[in-house]
Ligand binder design. Structure first.
Ligand SMILES: Nc1nc2c(ncn2[C@@H]2O[C@H](COP(=O)(O)OP(=O)(O)OP(=O)(O)O)[C@@H](O)[C@H]2O)c(=O)[nH]1
Ligand SMILES: [Mg+2]
Ligand SMILES: [Zn+2]
Length: 291
């Protein structure tokens, strides 16, 4: 594996072997330059520093570390192309399960009509207490810059939402490639193909990542899943059973709240789906599946 490592302001192409191949964007690593001898501009990853945070995604097939050491997950949405609120939910839950703060970035607010639709789609997330910041990448990113100050942030979200355009506005000489809306709308087309970290002035970093198409949460243990839903967290202590899965157990405080209409049915459905996916994946692992 070969990766780019930023070494005190300088960029060094590095090879990695064995466990060191697991280095991801945001990792801090020790490198050696002597290893490749003939070319001083190249190096070798010798070790990966302990991570202060990890953002994972995992489905039944594979696990992926999206980024390491981030202090803020900034999920970018826009009015067009349309965004999936399920994918948004999944990523916000993964951030909470990983102990990482989350922020929703509503981009392309210069497009009034589609922004109004996006805003109504975000209303349930606002009600759950998730912060939202409005921006127009091509006009003004001051509000986002302020929210990112001092953070090691990850910009994540579906293709075409404007993550790379935002990075170009935040980081003067970033030069990140951005896509045309026409191709972004074409399912499966991604402009950004690999994550990359940029330094923010005066402090902090921001990672641009490829468009998100799926977000498995099979790594979140059943007993921690409900706690990562902000609307369930205050309820779960009131369930009769400490290991309640919030399905058909008697005296389940989450199901009771749902029955009262206090829980959004879409969110209840996402929880049920995630629980099923996680338990399926755990069964596969138990029975010797390669997941
Ligand atoms: N009108 C408007 N268009 C924008 C804005 N931000 C980005 N765009 C356009 O949206 C399209 C996609 O932008 P990108 O920055 O490539 O999107 P991305 O999220 O990085 O996409 P991937 O790399 O595929 O994940 C481009 O045509 C941008 O010019 C904005 O604030 N307003
Ligand atoms: Mg991009
Ligand atoms: Zn319960």
């Amino acid at each position: 594996m070969e990766v780019q490592v930023e070494a005190t302001g300088e960029r060094v192409k590095c090879a990695a072997h064995g466990r060191r191949m697991e280095a991801v964007c945001g990792d801090r690593v020790e490198i050696s330059r002597a290893a490749l001898g003939h070319d001083a501009s190249q190096g070798m990853i010798e070790s990966i520093d302990a991570r202060s945070s990890v953002l994972f995604r995992r489905d039944a097939m594979r696990e992926k570390v999206i980024a390491a050491n981030v202090t803020l997950v900034a999920y970018v949405v826009a009015g067009e192309p349309p965004f999936s609120d399920e994918l948004l939910s999944r990523c916000l839950i993964a951030a909470r399960a990983g102990g990482i703060d989350a922020l929703i970035v509503l981009n392309k607010t210069d497009l009034a009509a589609s922004t109004a639709i996006a805003r109504s789609q975000l209303a349930p997330f606002v009600a759950l207490g998730y912060p939202v910041v409005d921006v127009a990448a091509k006009e003004d990113v001051t509000a986002l810059r302020a929210r990112l100050a001092g953070h090691d942030a990850l910009l994540i979200g579906q293709s075409g939402m404007g993550k790379s355009t935002l990075v170009n506005a935040l980081v003067p000489d970033a030069g990140a490639r951005t896509g045309e809306i026409s191709s972004a709308l074409d399912a499966g087309r991604h402009t950004t193909t690999a994550s990359r970290l940029y330094a923010l002035q005066p402090a902090g970093t921001v990672i641009d990542s490829p468009g998100l198409q799926a977000f498995g949460l099979a790594h979140v243990p059943t007993d921690r899943l409900a706690a990562a839903f902000p609307e369930f967290a205050p309820l779960i202590g009131d369930c009769r059973f400490a290991n309640c899965r919030h399905q058909s157990e008697p005296d389940c405080a989450v199901r009771a709240a749902f029955a009262r209409g206090d829980v959004d049915p879409r969110r209840m459905r996402i929880y049920d789906t995630l629980l099923e996916e996680g338990e399926y994946s755990a069964r596969r692992a138990l029975h010797g599946g390669n997941g």
